[in-house]
Design a protein around this ligand. Structure first.
Ligand code: NAD
Ligand code: LMR
Length: 326
């Protein structure tokens, strides 16, 4: 049996936390041979609820669960942590855009970035889920200068999974038939689900759908899916977000298969002309615990316009939190 790894989850008493922790403890995220110690961080008023979640985790008698720590102290929560899923943040309500949360949430990530810098393993892999996820990931990364920049990522996998599911439904095929999906940019309404390189059962996706449906139905449906769920449920997506977090970390830690792409918000190295340093979603493949941006894809004029628009929103968000970026 492998040695246990330490997995920090923030906002662990919240609704995504409740859909996430049991799957991490079951081995769905890091493999069924990898024991985990869960380090659960939330705010002081949530400690009773968090204790209740711990009781339920205990009651599952998960063979891979080697310990559970509940805390409201970031220094304890990130101590020696190997993986961190930063979920703890306020969700948006109806009529809000995710960037409207910047003011409420950004400070959380500067505090947690510093705590990661001082306490966590230097190899820690960080996934930011709390919105606005890309800019919060940037704040976290910039406040943790002793950890490699590549170790901070933002969750775009929910958008990626939504994009696959909508295309599979439209074409009457299985989601497993959809390959090389890409969602570029920001986890926001400006994101660009790009079918230029996608195939469905081996056929180029753009040969299977009308351009009008692609531009005026598909792209807005995927980009606005979070808002549609808030309208329908009265609360933001939780189980599908937790599932996407599991998928993201699993791909990163255990690798992607057959060259298929995953969309990850990662540190831009200037690929595809995107400003260096932004946390921008690119098509990636993963191997040996490292992500690599897929290179050499041709970019049409239409794609270029969309990719630049979502980049512009990220630079604007970044400039709005300059005071939190050392
Ligand atoms: P929730 O309100 O149910 O839970 C949030 C939890 O975070 C609460 O338990 C709260 O006490 C805790 N929290 C607040 N401040 C904290 C801090 N400083 N440290 C630790 N914990 C803290 O919300 P939720 O539905 O679980 O959503 C959490 C976040 O995830 C929201 O920002 C939401 O918008 C975002 N989200 C992102 C995606 C994505 O695709 N990136 C998808 C869904 C939701
Ligand atoms: C989502 O995409 O479902 C989440 O980011 C929640 C939201 O605010 O849309």
């Amino acid at each position: 049996m492998k040695q246990p790894v330490r997995v920090t989850v923030t906002g662990a008493a919240g609704q995504i936390g409740y859909a996430l922790l049991f799957r991490i403890a079951s081995g769905a995220m890091l493999g069924e041979d990898q024991p985990v110690i869960l380090q659960l961080l939330d705010i002081t008023p949530a400690m009773d609820a968090l204790e209740g979640v711990k009781m339920e985790l205990d009651d599952c008698a998960f063979p891979l669960l080697a310990g559970v720590v509940c805390t409201d102290d970031p220094d304890v929560g990130f101590k020696d942590s190997d993986y961190a899923l930063l979920v703890g943040a306020r969700p948006r309500g109806p009529g809000m855009e995710r960037k409207d949360l910047l003011e409420a949430n950004a400070a959380i990530f500067s505090v947690q970035g510093k705590a990661i810098d001082q306490n966590a393993s230097k190899d820690i892999k960080v996934l930011v889920v709390g919105n606005p996820a890309n800019t919060n990931a940037l704040i976290t990364q910039r406040n943790a200068p002793s950890i490699p920049k590549e170790n901070f990522t933002a969750m775009m996998r929910l958008d990626h999974n939504r994009a696959k599911s909508q295309l599979a439904t439209k074409t009457g095929k299985a989601v497993t038939d959809v390959k090389n999906m890409i969602v570029w940019g920001n986890h926001s309404a400006t994101q660009y689900p790009d079918l230029s390189n996608t195939t469905v059962a081996g056929t180029p996706a753009l040969d299977l759908v009308e351009q009008d449906w692609y531009e005026n139905d598909y792209i807005p449906t995927v980009a606005q899916r979070g808002a549609a769920i808030i309208k329908a449920r009265g609360a933001s997506s939780a189980a599908s977000a937790a599932n996407a977090a599991i998928d993201h970390v699993r791909s990163w830690a255990l690798g992607t298969t057959d060259g298929d792409y995953v969309s990850m918000g990662v540190y831009s190295d200037g690929s595809y002309g995107i400003e260096e340093g932004l946390i921008y979603s690119f098509p990636c493949t993963c191997e040996n615990g490292e992500w690599t941006i897929v290179q050499g894809l041709s970019v049409s004029e239409f794609s270029q316009g969309r990719m630049k628009a979502t980049e512009a929103e990220l630079t604007e968000e970044r400039d709005g939190v300059a005071h939190l970026l050392p």
